[in-house]
Design a protein. Sequence first.
Length: 130
Amino acid sequence: MEKANLSRIMKIAEAAVKGGVLIFTGNTSATIIHAVASIVIARLLGPADYGLYSIALVIPPLTLVFTDFGVNPTIVKFSAQFRSEGRDRHVSNTIRAGLLFKLATGLLMFSASFLLAEFFCYSYTEEKRV
């Protein structure tokens, strides 16, 4: 009995290590691709246009802060908890509620960004003219 548990734990540990290696490889690859793309874009645009491009790229990650609110970790935690307790119906309800919340906040942030885009555009161009 104890040997079976040890074997099961080793399989879980092996799967976790493989997953960790895949995540590390994916993150490293994404970082390298992002760095190369940034260099190429900077060369193509020049200093002034690259600065404008960089400013434009600041806003989307900031809006992501307002769309998460810890929903992803909550979905993972409660889905795992409900599944281990055998409450499969609660798992699907938790995932559905989390996805609907993220959809609603995403649409709200999209609407706010769309409505404020002209304001930010004019405020930037007014500063540039001065």
